[in-house]
Ligand binder design. Structure first.
Ligand code: FA5
Length: 359
């Protein structure tokens, strides 16, 4: 058994040297270190050897395991470096003088949907605002009534940067900045009406309706005497404008620390018409636009007196909206980089090419 263990390192070294990609290396990791791999087999064999040899053999197996783990890291680094070099060479050999067809470009479907939604909001008197993708804990959480250690932070697995900043997990991160920017409007007797589209990042498990990089569009309206009925009326009008057809919506109570009360607004899946499909996780409904009345603490944090003013906010899931608008069954199409799929989104009659549906 000791000989078998010693041979394993050589066998791994040989196979790792022949691996040409990180995926092949991962296969090797499973073959050697997986539950049914060679190392697990050796651990099982330990039971059958004399007691006095067990300690030495156990140590040897551990050493081999550590060796394989560190070889995987080393080889992976080599593979990634070679890939980087290949890409640099490819980029350097790019011929800038080659003639191009300037008519062949196209907008990304999310851009198309975003522009359309922006136009609808502009006609309703909303200003369109921009916000950063990198922000900080204060704007993403604290100013939104989500203090440190609040369980609501678990809802969004956040990508933190080494600088202590973070990638915004929702467009609500811009609320404090935008509310501050327009607070003086209120004193002049004008409401605050703004939308702010943006890319959001969450450390999510990706599937047909979840991405780790996706778009939302936040909207806020603040004035005197705004009520929940204004919010509901507004959401319905806005969605029927977007879809230009009667769509079925449902409103459920939803918890978000920055609104009170809060709601989840779902639309009936336009892909399966409510029957259930992978895009809506077989529920027939798709969570599209949570909303609610802005929490007094959020207004206070932005220097607005909650005794005088009240408002609503919503967070439209724009990537999901694009799925519903174009009948795209798998959200991964949008980040696939497949020009064949993406260059065809020019109008709402678009259908996803067969090969992209399972992207
Ligand atoms: C929020 O992000 C809140 N900030 C929204 C909000 C704003 C509530 C204002 C109240 C007032 P939620 O995590 O549910 O909430 O995301 C909002 C929408 O973004 C979802 O309904 C969904 O349409 C979309 N979304 C969320 N996570 C993903 C994901 N991983 N992939 C694609 N779309 C997503």
């Amino acid at each position: 058994m000791i000989e078998k263990t010693a041979n394993l390192s050589n066998l791994f070294k040989e196979k790792a040297a022949a691996a040409a990609s990180s995926a092949e290396l991962e296969q090797l990791r499973i073959e050697f270190l997986g539950k049914k791999g060679y190392v697990a087999e050796l651990m099982n064999d330990l039971r059958n050897i004399p007691n006095e040899q067990k300690k030495e053999a156990g140590q040897l197996i551990n050493e081999v395991k550590k060796f394989i783990e560190s070889e995987i890291q080393n080889r992976n680094r080599e593979i990634l470096k070679a890939e980087e070099l290949r890409l640099v060479e490819q980029a350097e050999s790019y011929d800038e003088s080659m003639p191009v067809d300037i008519n062949s470009g196209s907008y990304h479907p999310i851009t198309l949907v975003q522009r359309e939604v922006e136009e609808i909001f502009k006609t309703m008197g909303f200003a369109v605002e921009d916000y950063y993708e990198i922000t900080d804990d204060y704007n993403c959480f604290e100013a939104l009534n989500i203090p440190k250690h609040h369980p609501a932070r678990d809802m969004q697995d956040t990508y933190y940067l080494s600088t202590g900043q973070l990638l915004k997990t929702h467009t609500s991160a811009a609320q404090n900045t935008i509310l501050r920017k327009y607070a003086k409007n209120l004193e002049q007797g004008n409401p605050i009406r703004a939308i702010f589209p943006g890319r959001c990042f969450r450390n999510e498990k990706i599937d047909a309706c979840h991405e780790n990089t996706f778009f939302q569009m936040e909207g806020i309206m603040v004035d005197k005497d705004i009520s929940i009925s204004n919010l509901i009326y507004f959401m319905k009008t806005m969605l029927s404008e977007v879809f230009q057809q009667d769509i079925t919506v449902r409103l459920r109570p939803g918890f978000f620390p920055f609104v009170e009360p809060g709601f989840e607004l779902d639309i009936q899946c336009t892909i399966c018409k409510g029957k259930g499909c992978p895009s809506c996780k077989d529920s027939g409904w798709l969570e599209l636009c949570p909303c609610g009345m802005i929490h007094p603490n959020v207004l206070t944090a932005a220097g607005i007196d909650p005794e005088k003013y009240i408002g609503f906010a919503f967070g439209l899931g724009m990537t999901r909206l694009a799925m519903m608008t174009y009948g795209v069954k798998d959200i991964r199409v949008f980040n696939s980089g497949s020009l064949k799929a993406l260059s065809q989104f020019t109008e709402k009659s678009f259908t996803v090419p067969e090969e992209s549906k399972e992207a």
